[in-house]
Write a protein that binds this ligand. Structure first.
Ligand SMILES: [Zn+2]
Length: 167
């Protein structure tokens, strides 16, 4: 038995609650099927790169698959590789242009089960460091001056940096 897995008194895994699989998972109700998911910076026929509007986290980008798929293993191997090539190119570009203390890559999708990768530059002085950006902030300090401008320059030069991947 895996730690933390709840079973009922018969030792069986509980049946999934059917309401859990209703509205949020269906493409017709999916925010990433109906919108870009941020400010569109670049796209090809498979995915797009968007800037996330989080003033406390300048440079936060997402790589979003254009069609509704739930897990990386729902993609054919070639498409997985193509998507990750974009994720890694975005990481490299953010890293090179903003010189963060750390890069975070994450694919969660628990609330929006439409494949997307978060690409997040992190600094020791950011509000959540060293926790994940979804954790409660540890302080309310301002973002250091210049970081938002650096994020804007990074976003502007991103299309050129990704040009080699094909439009
Ligand atoms: Zn979707």
């Amino acid at each position: 038995m895996r730690a933390g897995t709840a079973r009922d008194h018969n030792g069986a895994f509980p049946a999934p609650d059917p309401s859990m699989d209703a509205a949020p998972t269906a493409p017709e109700n999916c925010e990433l099927c109906h919108g870009a998911g941020g400010v569109l910076l670049w796209q090809n026929d498979s995915c797009r790169v968007v800037a996330v509007d989080e003033p406390g986290l300048p440079g936060f980008l997402r790589v979003v698959l254009n069609r509704h798929e739930r897990e990386m293993t729902d993609l054919a191997a070639a498409e997985r590789d193509r998507l990750m090539a974009v994720v890694f190119a975005v990481e490299a570009h953010v890293r090179q242009s903003m010189e963060p203390d750390k890069m975070n890559l994450a694919s969660l999708g628990n609330l929006t089960p439409h494949l997307h990768w978060h690409v997040i530059p992190r600094w020791r002085d950011d509000r959540h460091f060293p926790g994940p950006v979804w954790a409660a902030p540890r302080h309310a300090g301002p973002v250091p001056p210049g970081r938002a401008a650096a994020a804007a320059r990074m976003a502007e030069s991103l299309p050129a940096a990704l040009a080699a991947l094909g439009a």
